[in-house]
Design a protein around this ligand. Structure first.
Ligand SMILES: [Zn+2]
Length: 150
């Protein structure tokens, strides 16, 4: 197995041994590990504490940038929609993963697969109910304000 993937899997195994979920991630640039992360849902009350999210957050903080294009994510498990979205926002365009979303379902970790299915549905069919509320006439629009400023 690839060295970086081996490290991501090792992080995931260590995390399980210390009471966490089986996910580890390594963010790589030019053949160097820049940051790492493991799923920390067992440690903090923060649903965004996924391995990939934490690796991205740490890299952006460390490098003082939002732009991680040219970086490669190695994740022990296929990224969930939240982590994948963060990769889109950060410009990470290469992701290697080991165990798939379907593999995770087999051990009772089915949330990612459920959310991927939800995202394929129309807004009206989703479990999370969303309703647009139109800006009151004459009220300042945040989007228009932003457009004027930029
Ligand atoms: Zn995730």
């Amino acid at each position: 197995m690839d060295f970086f993937m081996q490290r991501a899997v090792e992080l995931a195994i260590d995390n399980v041994k210390s009471g966490g979920q089986p996910f580890g991630a390594v963010l790589v640039k030019d053949n160097d590990i820049i940051t790492e992360g493991v799923n920390e849902l067992h440690k903090n009350y923060d649903v965004s504490g996924h391995a990939e999210m934490l690796a991205i957050r740490r890299a952006q903080e460390q490098l003082q940038t939002l732009n991680l294009s040219g970086y490669t994510m190695y994740a022990s498990g296929e990224p969930c929609p939240m982590c994948l979205t963060a990769m889109y926002f950060a410009g990470i365009d290469h992701v290697y993963y080991c165990q798939s979303v379907e593999d995770a379902v087999q051990v009772g970790l089915g949330k990612s697969q459920f959310i991927y299915e939800e995202l394929r549905k129309s807004k009206e069919e989703r479990t999370v109910k969303m309703k647009q509320m139109i800006l009151q006439e004459g009220k300042e629009s945040p989007l228009e304000l932003w457009q004027k400023k930029s």
